[in-house]
Structures are given as structure tokens and as C-alpha cells.
Design a protein around this ligand. Structure first.
Ligand code: AMP
Length: 363
């Protein structure tokens, strides 16, 4: 039997494109499903242009591919279940359902994986907010559909309750205690259904709720870093993980608290393309194919900067002045404000001296 596979990727954005590039290096063929014929993956793969919930298009993809995967978690799980053959989606649709809904996700993390999350409760209407203890701060988050801080309300006093009540009456929510964290960190872990491999801990800075900078290794103690990695491995093992998963966490002075999981390669893992001996995309492809997974080594401390629509010129200038920095551009045709257009990775022992694009300008 040939070891060359045809891999179907649902979603042709930058994550799908970078997965496809890894797959192609390994000799596989890729077919992408994306609503846009000129999506980033169109540079490197055939594209079936159709909406994600088009069951006929999903079936066509499933019929033509050996293995399927996805680049984002809001894929129609029922639609996929209707078309996939046994074992064709190694990541499974259960993981999709968990990460699509914060209520299922919290339940999985705290009760099944038994890792620490911020104290929370499920909120089905504003009635559930009536008796909250306002000596504490909270974040109210819609159970589904939220991203990059959308569908969230921070509650620090009674004045915030009007908006919070509105949110609670508009959708099912989760109310979390606010975590006074020192750093936001994340850990990439990949599995092949049997074994897992884990990447170094990443330290993340967001601006306007969008990731702007990742520093690796994160500047936390070895003890906390080991703990963060052990948590990611525990979650992966509980899931019998196939492919790459990102665990986003908060680091406090003496603890690690899990915020959420993303069942796919993640923006905070892009540094691994140059800075590690295997990237998060390589291990994703190896993992979904059930291949043995390598241990991951970080060559040197690295920094990744995101290039948003308003940063393209600054990033191009930066790499002409710093030619040892690696510029990745995803091939998106229109540079919209806050749209992720590319990223830059460089090696540095002085991450504070590596300044995000647009810092102080585009807040
Ligand atoms: P999320 O959509 O859950 O990733 O949240 C977006 C951002 O809101 C996170 O990156 C944090 O900066 C912040 N955040 C979310 N949940 C909490 C929390 N429980 N305590 C403090 N900050 C939070």
C-alpha cells in the first residue's frame, strides 16, 4: 500500500495552507474545502469552493480523500458525521463538539481531564446572575460563537450587570471568575491516537484581543513550565488525541489555570516552523496519519510577531532591515484592518527588544 495519502482539509486559511505545505513536503496530496476559490490554500492545493455546511461538497471531499482534517473548530459536526467513513476523521467529531461550546469544554476540562479551570457556573438567563458575589470579578462568555473577545462581558461592579444581563438573556453563557494572571501562555501538543509529543511553553501578548506576539520559551519558572506541559499532555491523553491541539492557559505566581482548548494548530505555535525541529503543522499531519511522533527540540529562543492588515508595510520594511527574520505572508488578497496577513519569526534572547508591529500606533 502506498504511503502517499490524499488529505482533505476543511478550511483554506493560513492554518490550512501551512498544514498543506507540511503535507506536501511529506509527499501527500491535499484537497481543500473553502467558500473562497482564491483562499490562502489555493496557492498550494486544489480547492473545492463551497460553504462549509454544504453536505454534498463535504461528501465529495470525503469520497476523494483518504483522511480528513479541519483548520478551525466551527465545522458542522453533524454534516461531517453524515459523510465520513470509519476512521476517516482521526480527530473525531467529539473533540469538535467539546471545543464549539464552552459549557461542554469546561465540563470536559474540569470533570474528565481534571485540570484546573477558573471557578465557573453555567448561566441560562439573567436570573442566574442575581445572587453573584460582587466582591469578586468575573467574565461572562457566551457558550457558542464567541471569538477574539466577542460575546464577552467583564463584570467588576453592579454597573456592569445591565450589559451582562442582556448578554445572559441573549444566549447560554458561562460565568467565570476573573483570573489575576501574570502571563497568558499556551502549549501545543500533538497525538497520533496512541502517543503524544509536546512543544515548549509559549508566552502570548494580545492587543485588542488578537494575538500580537509570542515569546518562546515563556518566562515562567521551570516548575510551572513542566506543569503547563503536563496539563497539555493530560488533556491530549484524555482525548486520545490525533493531530495538533493548543491549550491556552493563565500562569499565576504559583499555578496554571486552563482557559480553553483549540483542536488544531494555533497562531501561538507558528514559531515552531523555524524554531523547532518539527513544526506544529508537521506533527499535525504525522498525527492524523497515525505516524510515529518525534520529540520536539527548540533550537533557540524565538519571538513571533503577527502581521495584521495595517502592518504589512512595516513588516516588509522590518525584514529588509533584519534579513535574518523570517517573513511569512499567507497570500490573502485584501489587507483589511486587523486581518491576519502573515507573521514574522526571529531568534532572540531579548524578547522585550522585539517590538510588535504598530505598537503605540494602532490601539
Ligand atoms: P477567550 O475567548 O476565552 O480566549 O478570552 C479572551 C481573552 O479574555 C483571554 O485571552 C484573556 O485575556 C481574557 N480572559 C478570558 N477569560 C478570563 C478570565 N477568566 N480571567 C481573566 N481574563 C480572562
Amino acid at each position: 500500500m502506498s504511503s502517499t495519502k490524499t488529505i482533505g482539509i476543511i478550511g483554506g486559511g493560513q492554518l490550512g495552507q501551512m498544514m498543506a505545505i507540511s503535507a506536501i513536503y511529506m509527499g501527500h496530496k491535499v484537497i481543500t474545502l473553502d467558500p473562497a476559490l482564491d483562499c490562502p490554500s489555493s496557492r498550494v492545493s486544489e480547492v473545492i469552493a463551497a460553504p462549509y455546511d454544504d453536505v454534498d461538497a463535504l461528501r465529495q471531499l470525503a469520497d476523494r480523500c483518504d483522511v480528513l482534517t479541519y483548520e478551525f473548530e466551527n465545522v458542522d459536526a453533524d454534516g461531517l458525521d453524515a459523510v465520513i467513513k470509519d476512521g476517516q476523521l482521526p480527530q473525531g467529531t467529539e473533540l469538535l463538539r467539546i471545543s464549539q461550546n464552552r459549557i461542554f469544554e469546561k465540563d470536559f476540562l474540569s470533570n474528565k481531564a481534571q485540570v484546573t479551570v477558573a471557578p465557573y457556573k453555567v448561566v441560562t438567563s439573567s436570573l442566574d446572575l442575581e445572587d453573584i458575589d460582587l466582591s469578586k470579578n468575573y467574565v461572562l462568555k457566551t457558550a457558542t460563537g464567541g471569538y477574539d473577545g466577542h460575546g464577552q462581558k467583564v463584570i467588576t461592579s453592579a454597573e456592569d450587570l445591565e450589559e451582562a444581563n442582556e448578554l445572559a438573556n441573549s444566549a447560554e453563557c458561562v460565568l467565570e471568575e476573573f483570573v489575576n494572571f501574570d502571563l497568558e501562555i499556551s502549549v501545543i501538543v500533538s497525538g497520533n491516537g496512541k502517543d503524544v509529543t509536546v512543544f515548549p511553553v509559549q508566552e502570548n501578548t494580545h492587543r485588542n484581543n488578537i494575538l500580537s506576539k509570542t515569546i518562546v520559551p515563556a518566562r515562567i519558572s521551570d516548575r510551572l513550565a513542566d506543569r503547563a506541559k503536563a496539563i497539555a499532555v493530560k488533556i491530549a491523553e484524555q482525548l486520545n488525541l490525533s493531530g495538533t491541539l493548543c491549550v491556552e492557559m493563565f500562569a499565576t505566581a504559583d499555578d496554571i489555570i486552563v482557559n480553553e482548548i483549540a483542536p488544531r494548530p494555533h497562531n501561538s505555535g507558528h514559531y515552531s516552523i523555524e524554531a523547532c525541529d518539527f513544526s506544529q503543522f508537521d506533527t499535525h499531519i504525522l498525527g492524523i496519519l497515525g505516524a510515529p511522533l518525534p520529540a520536539i527540540n527548540l533550537h533557540e529562543p524565538a519571538v513571533m510577531l503577527n502581521v495584521l492588515g495595517q502592518h504589512v508595510e512595516a513588516a516588509e520594511r522590518y525584514v529588509t532591515e533584519n534579513p535574518s527574520a523570517h517573513l511569512h505572508m499567507y497570500g490573502k488578497l485584501e489587507a483589511k484592518h486587523n486581518r491576519k496577513m502573515g507573521h514574522v519569526t526571529l531568534f532572540s534572547n531579548e524578547p522585550d527588544n522585539v517590538v510588535e508591529f504598530g505598537k503605540g500606533i494602532d490601539f
